[in-house]
Design a binder for this molecule. Structure first.
Ligand SMILES: *Cc1c(COP(=O)(O)O)cnc(C)c1O
Length: 379
């Protein structure tokens, strides 16, 4: 078949999603533009209330990005020079980049390959007298082992900041991502499950004083007007983003359910194709709510499989090809290849395939068929 004639299956199909909500989003944006209130104001406050309720926390502060959510949480908790923050090397760069920008030192700990999340069994050994916080990531939409992480934090007097950028609505033991730690950091980057129309983010908090401090730091530490007790930054989310995100939030549960249904369906299709547990290792579907921001397999001969899928016009991506302890900018931290074998193996073998809510049965059939074709010859 002529490859050019085959319909592309993107890794994420935002255009199809947009068609289903276009009228409401445009009306919401028009309301903001006609009102000419672009900075903070009622749309931002409403989004904060709605996301706080959605996550089961009393407070939320809308910010400029997921990256700034992490930075703001660290600043408000006064985690800076001299402090160590324990996190995972297998995540998007912003997790550790923000720790460094706050002036603290990222201390990496390997992951559990079954969950792609921090392996809490390794925590104890990594804690030093300088450790101030644990910063787990709920990677790909699955909550980290928060029972173990919170127990360790309590025992050693540490703060917990959740990087929930990929995990809005994910649950563990009936609690939602962002409700476990002192602060929960979310991103509204367009490819996240609740994606905006540009950059945006949010921090959840249980402590009203911490939430208030973040609100003040979000506007240059200014309170009252033109008086600065602390130095903050411009970390505000736009009212236009908030208005669009509120429309999407109402659909988020149905989109997350569609992602879960796709993951379950992949499980069946990969098994029927005789691939599961052999050439590819599928992500576990845990008893708790996994929201599948990404559906990531570990695949033999991953780089060639990726080229094969792309030649068949199937979107796929490597999350993440270089673990953070091996990034050039973190060389001064003194890590080496071999330090975190699970993270390094994940970096070598992981491949994200389409799992977006609008993905159809025939599209999934083509994805699995193309992978079977790669390993077994003609499908
Ligand atoms: C997307 C992401 C971020 C950063 O969010 P931005 O809104 O892009 O700044 C941080 N951590 C993780 C795990 C992410 O996936």
């Amino acid at each position: 078949m002529d490859a050019a004639l085959v319909e592309e299956i993107p890794l994420l199909d935002l255009k199809t999603q947009h068609r289903s909500i276009r009228g409401e989003v445009m009306a919401a944006m028009e309301r903001v533009i006609d009102g000419q209130q672009f900075i903070l104001g009622p749309e931002v406050e409403a989004l904060e209330r709605e996301v706080a309720a959605y996550c089961g926390v009393p407070h939320a502060v809308g910010v400029s990005s997921g990256t700034d959510a992490l930075l703001l949480a660290l600043m408000a908790l006064e985690i800076g020079p001299g402090a160590e923050v324990i996190t995972t090397p297998y995540t998007f760069f912003a997790t550790a980049g923000s720790i460094h920008r706050a002036g603290a030192r990222p201390v990496f700990l390997d992951i559990d390959l079954r969950t792609f999340n921090l392996d809490p069994a390794r925590l104890e050994a990594a804690i030093t007298p300088r450790t101030r916080a644990l910063l787990p990531v709920h990677l790909f939409g699955r909550c980290a082992d928060m029972e173990a992480i919170l127990a360790m934090a309590r025992r050693r007097g540490l703060k917990v900041i959740e990087d929930a950028a990929q995990a809005i609505g994910a649950e563990r033991g009936g609690r939602r991502a962002g409700s476990f730690g002192e602060a929960g950091c979310f991103s509204f980057f367009p490819s996240k499950n609740l994606g905006g129309y540009g950059d945006g983010g949010l921090v959840t908090a249980r402590d009203p004083d911490l939430a208030e401090k973040m609100r003040v730091l979000r506007v240059h530490g200014m309170k009252p007007k033109y008086c600065h007790k602390h130095i903050g930054g411009n970390f505000r989310i736009d009212a236009l983003q908030a208005a669009g995100l509120r429309v999407k939030l109402r659909r988020l549960d149905s989109w997350s359910e569609a992602r879960q249904a796709n993951a379950l369906d992949y499980q069946r299709r990969f098994s029927e194709a005789g691939l599961a547990g052999k050439e590819v290792v599928l992500p576990e579907i845990p008893p708790d709510r996994h929201v599948f921001n990404q559906y990531v397999i570990l695949a033999k001969d991953r780089d060639r499989l990726k080229e094969h899928l792309r030649s068949r016009r199937i979107g796929c991506e490597i999350y993440y090809p270089v673990p953070l302890h091996l990034q050039e900018c973190f060389r001064p931290l003194g890590y080496q290849e071999g330090d975190f074998p699970n993270s390094e193996k994940a970096a070598r073998e992981s491949l994200a395939i389409p799992v977006y809510p609008e993905l159809t049965g025939s599209q999934k059939e083509r994805v699995v068929g193309a992978i079977r074709e790669f390993y077994r010859g003609k499908a």
